[in-house]
Design a protein around this ligand. Structure first.
Ligand code: 13P
Length: 295
């Protein structure tokens, strides 16, 4: 199977109402846990590269990192899309295409609308001429500055406006659109509520796959609601990261700090895998490794 683009992996997702899980990888441990979990389930998966791997690295570091990622993706027995997450500049996105990503996200959601549109449009031309897909964001999915956020603290003025979403897609030619409908990156203190009415209106006007960022704070019911109302890609990161660092912390405490590094790596790997299958154990349709259908 191996490497495919975002467009390919989400090809029937709008029509058949399913979503594919997208997970950020931080190292080989995460990559292996994410791809192996998808292989065990026989599900497609989107492996996401955080922007700092393209932004802060020189050519040599980039090719070392990307070669390892590409090798694992190409050997996968399920379709895998290698996607740049939150590309924060034109250069970052171009470097990720050069590195081998089959899909990029340009996140211009904090920029004035017209500027976001203009940069996205240029990147679409470049990416498409290289056979690479493009995701962009309109409206803005925020992040708590530290700690957890209450649902009531979410800034609703940054939610995606359906008419803006329609125009943005028509003008830029993007392949997938991230929308702000009630989630934030990181964890919620209370229960987040997805604005399903707004999502329905966006789905009505926009025919391409829709993306939900901030999957970690979502309870089971909201995962379902998101897919039922038109979401086709769900991003999930904090849950994996906290599981890995929590497992390392527990090991260090257990052995009073006197433990070999490899034991910590193994503990992080197992915790990451367990986090991926946690929801799956409670219900077959609720895994963050989603490919659920609702008709
Ligand atoms: P979480 O960290 O809340 O899961 O969000 C991840 C995300 O949206 C990455 O783009």
């Amino acid at each position: 199977m191996g490497l495919v683009t975002l467009t390919e992996i989400l090809k029937e997702s709008v029509e058949k109402k399913y979503a594919v899980g997208a997970f950020d990888t931080l190292d080989d441990n995460f990559t292996e846990a994410i791809v192996a979990a998808a292989e065990e389930e026989g599900l497609p998966v989107i492996l996401m590269v955080p922007n700092f791997f393209a932004d802060d690295r020189d050519e040599r570091q980039m090719s070392f990192y990307f070669n390892r990622l590409l090798d694992r993706c190409q050997r996968a027995t399920v379709p895998v899309c290698l996607h740049l997450d939150h590309g924060n500049s034109f250069a970052c996105c171009v470097k990720a295409i050069h590195g081998g990503c089959t899909s990029i996200m340009f996140d211009g959601s904090a920029l004035p609308g017209e500027e976001n549109m203009a940069i996205t449009k240029e990147l679409v031309k470049i990416a498409h001429s290289c056979g690479v897909s493009v995701e962009a964001e309109i409206g803005h999915v925020g992040s708590p500055e530290g700690g957890e956020l209450e649902a009531s603290d979410v800034d609703t003025s940054k939610y995606t406006k359906p008419e803006d979403a329609k125009r943005f897609v028509e003008e830029t030619g993007v392949d997938a659109l991230a929308v702000a409908v009630g989630t934030v990156h990181g964890l919620f203190k209370g229960t987040p509520k997805i604005d399903t009415e707004r999502l329905d209106q966006i789905r009505e006007l926009v025919k391409i796959p829709l993306v939900l960022h901030g999957g970690s704070g979502l309870p089971e019911s909201e995962f379902r609601a998101a897919i039922e109302h038109g979401i086709n890609k769900i991003n999930f990161f904090t849950g994996l990261s906290l599981a890995a660092s929590g497992a390392i912390d527990a090991k260090l405490k257990e052995f009073n700090g006197k433990i070999h590094y490899i034991e910590l790596i193994n503990a992080a790997h197992e915790a990451c895998k367990a986090a991926l299958s946690k929801r799956r154990a409670s219900s077959p349709v609720s895994s963050p490794l989603i490919r659920s259908r609702y008709s």
